[in-house]
Design a protein around this ligand. Structure first.
Ligand SMILES: [Fe+2]
Length: 402
């Protein structure tokens, strides 16, 4: 048996050691919501449904039937989540949960809804206020171990994109207007129901933006330097699924099979980023989103065009490997193969009507420096295949708007 001393003195090789924390129970396909609710059993007590108006319109019947089948006829609904949610929505939902002594949370909606639900859930379990969850004390709770006694969080996505249902992250805008990232395995939903019919009514724009975001999650988790073989396998498969499913869902929005694939691709990409994180494209996106009021995917795309091309100048291998495994990098030249993958992703953006350029954004040198400073705080930044310095990041922001 290996002693602690042996472990301490062993020469660890990064890619030969690691751990994975699997996401919770996932049900997909026909009657997924009903099956997940039944499987949650006694843990589904006095639920608070957190949602937004559009998502609740799409999901109310299915969710109400599932709750009724599990003897949960009395549930509360908070339908006040808005895109790019802030602490105000977290506080309002938390107040309702505490007032009615809710013992479980059911999130019905897209990434914003699930992000709010995660933070409300964290406050409900820890007894902390939303402000406190962002402090050292809150961080200690967020980093704690998942317990079988924890309250239930069930996520029912009505979009396919952010992967919030399977990732450990939640983005909430703070009082200062900046987005705060809460990262915790404890607030990752223990149960997920992927019922594709709930995404059938998604309009072209939401389908396009969600799908493109999911593809860049998968690609970011695949190309970055995190060594997890499990995360890499899931990321590559998620990329394959997203690149096939997004055009299919855009061209055939009534196709349950295309919607199902897109939902699974986004879920898998969320699992991958929960294990591996992402790359400089997402790391540089978060600070820019505090200044640019555009959907996430429309901020990602211009960054992707510039950052990925800069990265493959010196570190093309992972991009080239993906291109070859997906069947369109038919060249021995790594840079050329990598470029073919980048161009495929850009074609995907074009298919999704997502611009690769900002038409109306200007940034000064000072802006670039400030954004670079903030981007360097992201845990994904040091994982970019090409290590980027403050000066390089600042320069890339300026190149993007040139
Ligand atoms: Fe994203």
């Amino acid at each position: 048996m290996e002693s602690t001393e042996d472990i301490n003195t062993s020469q660890f090789i990064a890619h030969l050691s690691g751990a994975v924390s699997w996401p919770g129970h996932c049900y997909w396909g026909k009657l997924a919501v009903m099956r997940a609710a039944k499987a949650a059993g006694m843990r589904m007590r006095r639920p608070l449904v957190i949602t937004d108006r559009a998502a609740w319109n799409a999901g109310a019947t299915v969710v109400t039937q599932a709750l009724a089948a599990t003897s949960n006829n009395e549930f509360q609904v908070f339908d006040g989540v808005v895109p790019n949610p802030s602490l105000a929505q977290v506080r309002a939902a938390l107040q309702l949960a505490r007032k009615f002594q809710c013992q479980s949370i059911v999130a019905v909606g897209g990434g914003s809804v699930i992000d709010v639900a995660k933070v409300v859930y964290g406050c409900l379990c820890s007894g902390l206020e939303p402000d406190e969850l962002a402090t050292v004390r809150g961080q200690a709770w967020l980093e704690g171990a998942v317990s079988a006694d924890d309250l239930l969080l069930l996520a029912i996505p009505t979009t396919a994109g952010t992967g919030s249902e399977s990732s450990s992250a939640a983005l909430i805008q703070g009082e200062d207007g900046r987005k705060h990232l809460y990262r915790s395995l404890r607030t990752r939903p223990a149960f997920v129901a992927l019922q594709p019919e709930l995404t059938l009514s998604l309009p072209f724009g939401a389908t396009a933006q969600g799908g493109f975001d999911a593809a860049l999650h998968a690609l970011g988790a695949w190309v970055n330097t995190d060594p997890s073989p499990i995360g890499k396998a899931i990321a590559l498969h998620a990329l394959r699924v997203c690149m096939r499913a997004l055009p299919a869902a855009l061209d055939n929005p009534d196709s349950l099979s295309a919607r199902s694939d897109m939902q699974m691709g986004a879920y898998l990409a969320g699992v991958a980023i929960g294990i591996c994180k992402v790359d400089a494209v997402h790391a540089m996106c978060t600070p820019l989103e505090s200044r640019v009021k555009k959907p996430h995917a429309e901020v990602l795309a211009p960054l992707f065009r510039v950052v990925s091309r800069y990265t493959i100048q010196t570190d093309a291998q992972a991009y080239a490997d993906a291109a070859r495994q997906l069947g369109f990098g038919n060249t021995r030249d790594d840079h050329q193969a990598a470029l073919s993958l980048i161009e495929k992703i850009e074609q995907l953006a074009s298919h999704a009507h997502i611009s690769l350029h900002f038409e109306d954004l200007s940034l000064s040198e000072q802006d670039g420096n400030l954004l670079a400073h903030q981007a360097l705080k992201s845990a994904s930044m040091p994982l970019n295949p090409r290590v980027l310095t403050h000066r390089q990041i600042s320069s890339l922001y300026l190149q993007m708007v040139a």
